[in-house]
Ligand binder design. Structure first.
Ligand code: ZN
Length: 594
């Protein structure tokens, strides 16, 4: 995907008012020249998040979160920097640059050109469902137990029994055939030219991306003789099944609140639980769970409950899911719907409380896999090799779960005891076997985001930090610093890398906090940048502070030069230079030489 142009990002951030944006999510109160509110990024009891209208930044002094409006949205909506900018652009009615989407796949059309078609289609299908033409479809939906509220909430619609109803409606709206084909809404007729509607006589479920835009559809066949009961939009630039989940935009808030997502398989299996009050439910789109799904859910939830129908449940599916989630350090449990039902029927028959209970009581995936495995173990009576293999396989799973931090040592021990009891071997033997397996399994390296790797902040003045604090609050003073020091004079790795970004902008006369926060490469530095800038503002007295801090750095440099003079192998020329520098420096600030 092409990167958003810098100019565009800045334009979007300039027209966005952070107080107004944050105020949509958090109640803000005036406090001096700033606003304060409860920080949504940690469990905040007293308002510790500051929003500065002058600087257009927010900062929490407890958890450290901070940045521009883009960073606030990223954190709150759990989206990427480009997604946040796009969302802000939409709020501000600024059209995206045309070349933002990869052209090679869309014949010169941007993703936005395609979303225009799918969004139009969603409205068109929705209207049709309530037209006389959609009477039977609406009756079918009601018959399946859907209420008007659910139909409205999920934007369910109707594609009528025609080869070109949508095609003509979209054409009248000015959409080109190329656009409709690329958006997956119509297909080209082979040989004879022209196009026809992709979805015909179906109940339509719009599929939204994380930012809430309709990007595809799932259609439930209404004709009894239709071979494909469910039809999804073809995969396209817009629609990547392995990275989207049905219902996520409706379920997201509840998932974040409960730190838990419930994963089912069908559209109605999402809509019905929502209807009966279980709102953290999403579905895969006709594929099995992928790493992309797991990562997507990992943005919002710490735990996932997989709901299996009794008849398709299996240790293999649970084990595969378990392995995927382990890598993301997520906890997985497996709920089983009683035989012959799917979540949709179950909710209708038993109600929301019963469904919630099923979720609450779901065993964790390890337990679930073991129960399945134990059945296999029992039926392998007499086959010692097979029994041994089953146990070894399960122990490996237990040990790797431990290595990934998914279960703790106590739980590992109790599982070993439980298994030992069931298969009638000494628990000590199993524990020994687990230790042996443990040595073979090493968890994947986890990398810490750069933003969290902050340098400790001392109480005494740290001149490197103070210099950046001043420059980020009062960029006009850049020359005062740049005349005497440069980024190589910063010893702290984090502060030096900040200085390395700040210096080129300063030398170019473009240094500003806004500019830095609008840079996608600087996203992980946003919390420290905002912290430094606010600290600078609070201290004030910039010129003198800067002078003193720069003095200290120069002082330190001289001291180092002298140390080198004492210890280093030096040629005559550098020796003379050092001596000169030492003589010219202020004697009061000269370091003492022992
Ligand atoms: Zn916070």
């Amino acid at each position: 995907m092409a990167r958003l142009p810098e100019m565009f990002i800045q334009q979007v951030l300039q027209v966005t008012d952070i107080v107004e944006l944050v105020g949509q999510y958090v109640a803000l109160k005036h406090k001096g020249r700033e606003f304060v509110g409860l920080c949504p990024f940690h469990e905040d009891k007293n308002p510790s998040m500051y929003v500065s209208p002058a600087k257009q930044i927010f900062k929490c002094f407890v958890c450290g979160a901070g940045g521009s409006a883009a960073q606030f949205l990223m954190g709150y909506e759990k989206i990427s920097f480009p997604e946040a900018i796009r969302s802000l652009a939409e709020r501000a009615n600024i059209p995206l640059p045309r070349d933002y989407a990869p052209r090679e796949f869309t014949g010169g059309m941007s993703k936005n050109d395609l979303v225009a078609v799918t969004e139009f289609a969603a409205g068109y299908f929705r209207t049709l469902l309530h037209d006389p033409a959609g009477r039977d479809a609406l009756a079918y939906a009601k018959n399946r137990g859907l209420t008007d509220e659910s139909i409205e909430k999920f934007g369910i619609g109707y594609a009528c029994d025609s080869w070109e109803a949508f095609l003509s409606a979209a054409r009248r709206k000015g959409y080109s055939e190329d656009q409709m084909v690329a958006a997956g809404m119509v297909r080209r007729r082979e040989g004879q030219g022209g196009c026809y509607d992709y979805f015909r006589q179906r109940l339509m479920f719009p599929i939204r991306d994380v930012t809430g835009r309709v990007v595809a559809f799932g259609g439930r066949a209404l004709a009894a003789d239709e071979r494909a009961k469910y039809l999804n939009s073809p995969e396209s630039v817009l629609f990547d099944k392995s990275h989207l989940m049905y219902g996520l935009s409706a379920a997201r808030e509840s998932i974040v609140q409960r730190k838990q997502a419930v994963v089912v398989e069908g559209y109605l299996d999402v809509v019905l639980p929502h209807q009966v009050g279980v709102t953290n439910v999403v579905a895969t789109l006709g594929t099995s769970l992928t790493e992309g799904h797991v990562r997507l859910l990992g943005r919002y939830a710490r735990e996932v409950v997989l709901v299996f129908d009794a008849d398709v449940a299996g240790a293999a599916a649970a084990q595969r899911a378990l392995e995927l989630f382990l890598a993301q350090r997520m906890h997985v449990r497996v709920a089983t719907i009683p035989a012959g039902k799917d979540p949709c029927d179950f909710c209708l028959a038993e109600g929301g409380e019963a469904f919630q209970q099923l979720i609450d009581q779901a065993p964790d995936a390890l337990q679930y896999v073991w129960d399945q495995q134990f059945a296999a173990y029992q039926s392998a009576e007499g086959n010692l090799a097979e029994r041994h293999r089953l146990i070894e396989e399960f122990l490996t799973l237990v040990v790797s779960s431990g290595a990934y931090g998914a279960i703790d040592g106590v739980r590992q021990q109790s599982l070993a005891q439980h298994i030992a009891h069931m298969v009638n071997v000494p628990a000590g033997d199993l524990q020994q076997q687990m230790r042996r397996l443990g040595r073979k399994i090493r968890p994947a390296q986890t990398t810490q985001p750069a933003g969290e790797n902050r340098a400790p902040i001392g109480v005494t003045m740290n001149p490197e930090r103070v210099i950046l604090e001043v420059l980020l609050d009062e960029p006009e003073l850049f020359d005062h610093a740049a005349e005497r020091i440069d980024p190589s004079d910063f010893h702290d790795a984090l502060l030096r890398s900040l200085a390395e970004r700040i210096w080129p902008l300063g030398l170019d006369g473009r240094l500003s906090l806004d500019e830095l926060l609008a840079d996608e490469n600087m996203v992980s530095f946003a919390p420290i940048l905002t912290e430094l800038s606010l600290a600078g503002q609070r201290r004030g007295n910039h010129q003198r502070t800067l002078e003193e801090a720069v003095d200290r750095i120069c002082h330190r440099k001289e001291f180092q030069s002298v140390q080198e003079l004492k210890t280093g192998p030096l040629d005559d020329e550098s020796l003379r230079e050092l001596q000169n520098r030492f003589r010219q420096s202020d004697p009061r600030k000269r370091p003492r030489i022992q």
